[in-house]
Design a protein around this ligand. Sequence first.
Ligand code: HEC
Ligand code: HEC
Ligand code: HEC
Ligand code: HEC
Ligand code: HEC
Ligand code: HEC
Length: 361
Amino acid sequence: MRLICRTGCALLFAAICFLDLQAQALANVTGPCANCHTMHNSQAGALVSSVNRARLLTSDCVGCHSSSSADTIVQLGSTRIPIVYNTAAPPVNELAGGNFHWVAKNGHQYGHNVRGISPPDSFLAIGPGGENLQCGNSCHQSFSLPDTGFGRNGCEGCHGSVKHHGASVVAGQPVTAAEGWYRFLMAPSSHSGFGLTQGVAGIEDPNWEQTPTSAQHNIYFGGDGTAAQSPRSLNKFCASCHAKFHAPGFFESGGLTVDNGGGVNPWLRHPTNYAIPNKGEFAPLFATPYNPAVPVAKPVLTSYQAAKIEIGDQVSCVSCHRAHGSPYPDMLRWDYTAMKAHDGGSASGTGCFFCHTAKDS
Ligand code: HEC
Ligand code: HEC
Ligand code: HEC
Ligand code: HEC
Ligand code: HEC
Ligand code: HEC
């Protein structure tokens, strides 16, 4: 069997070369080394890739995690690749983070602009809500810029703990540091002075929510939401660049204290990391199944029911947004223009109306 095809994009061509189907594993890579590495960057006397890459890789983050098909999990023999950028057609079933297809094709407001996919945002000079972080030329400004001494841009602006050969994630258990944290999400080590020494906590759906159900989905960690806490919630991770949008503001140790402009009053922005009250229009939520289209965060990861929204479950940034990009402006999970007060129509029960049950009719 040929290990490497002769073209630059060895990995995509390798799909034709490999056909050894094995059991699926969680979160660390599987499959022959040659699916992803090249020892001499040479095959049959020709270059495998015109770019010299670290770790003897045949491709980079964007290259491996892209596909010209509409599939979001590409199977190369026993290697299973989660796709976050469908380059031609939009994805059939986008993964939990959404997809970079729309920011590349529809415009800058449809996602985070990332190096290798789209140029810096033409409307936003920095991440909104991060004005007081004052970090020039960093990933607080744009992931499309070159790396800086203080941190990486590109995919690694958020995925600061990439461990493809990390320890195997135990199904149903929170992801540990040795496993690379939840989806490899962590601030770079250069930020440890701000107390950002640990990554994001969470429990991973083995199929990256390609087809989530009320019982089988990612479990987002909410935590206490109010003070420095490590490992951190995904909300506080988003807030490390969008500080003011976190309620009640964002706080980490090490001298970086940023509130949302309202001090202890969290109500200047939509609450996040905030327990949904079991009363009024929210009470019906606690009698409906968990809805992976409008996820909420669990306050602790040791005891919870996946299939239900429980007392204490919190509003999260990803209740409304996708992390990478979506078909809607502001990377929203749903079409905001369809959320019409007391005129929900076919949007009833979705988006804002899923939680604000009394505002649709
Ligand atoms: C050579 C191909 C290749 C390259 C290069 C690569 N990845 Fe991956 N990546 C994979 C595969 C395959 C998986 C799926 C592992 C599994 O089965 O869980 C994966 C998984 C992931 C995941 C999901 C982990 C999880 O918890 O499920 C993230 C996030 C990720 N990669 C980010 C990156 C980033 C960021 C880079 C660049 C620094 C990168 N990858 C480079 C092939 C690659
Ligand atoms: C599906 C893709 C994939 C396969 C298959 C794969 N690797 Fe890797 N490997 C990566 C990626 C991506 C990185 C760089 C990012 C990282 O370290 O997470 C990496 C990094 C490494 C590193 C340096 C970092 C470390 O963890 O030590 C070594 C050594 C390595 N691979 C060896 C191997 C060997 C040996 C095999 C076969 C037995 C193999 N890899 C198979 C994707 C893969
Ligand atoms: C490391 C810094 C960083 C982190 C972490 C981060 N963002 Fe951003 N975000 C930015 C920057 C920079 C921009 C402006 C440039 C752009 O849109 O590409 C932005 C823009 C946005 C936008 C506006 C998109 C648009 O173009 O209109 C939304 C919405 C957003 N982010 C949501 C989130 C969410 C939700 C999370 C957590 C899952 C998150 N961000 C995490 C840096 C970050
Ligand atoms: C703004 C921060 C940010 C940037 C930039 C970013 N990611 Fe992610 N990524 C996330 C978050 C947050 C998740 C988890 C989404 C969830 O579970 O809701 C994620 C999840 C993933 C996954 C797992 C599949 C999924 O959708 O859950 C892969 C693979 C991945 N990212 C790869 C990449 C690659 C490749 C790039 C660069 C092209 C990239 N990411 C850029 C924040 C980011
Ligand atoms: C209740 C739903 C909801 C939650 C929760 C939410 N957002 Fe938003 N976000 C929106 C909507 C809707 C917009 C569109 C603009 C508006 O209405 O303010 C938006 C816009 C944004 C923008 C773009 C602002 C601009 O100036 O273009 C960013 C950045 C953002 N959100 C980040 C976050 C972060 C970070 C969190 C978590 C701390 C979060 N959002 C939580 C619904 C939400
Ligand atoms: C995941 C559930 C959830 C979603 C989705 C959601 N909200 Fe909320 N919203 C809440 C909770 C919880 C509160 C706080 C209620 C309380 O304690 O009084 C709130 C409060 C509000 C408030 C009142 C703030 C105040 O100062 O009293 C407004 C306005 C609002 N939401 C609008 C929206 C809009 C518009 C959307 C869709 C873009 C939306 N919400 C989506 C849960 C949600």
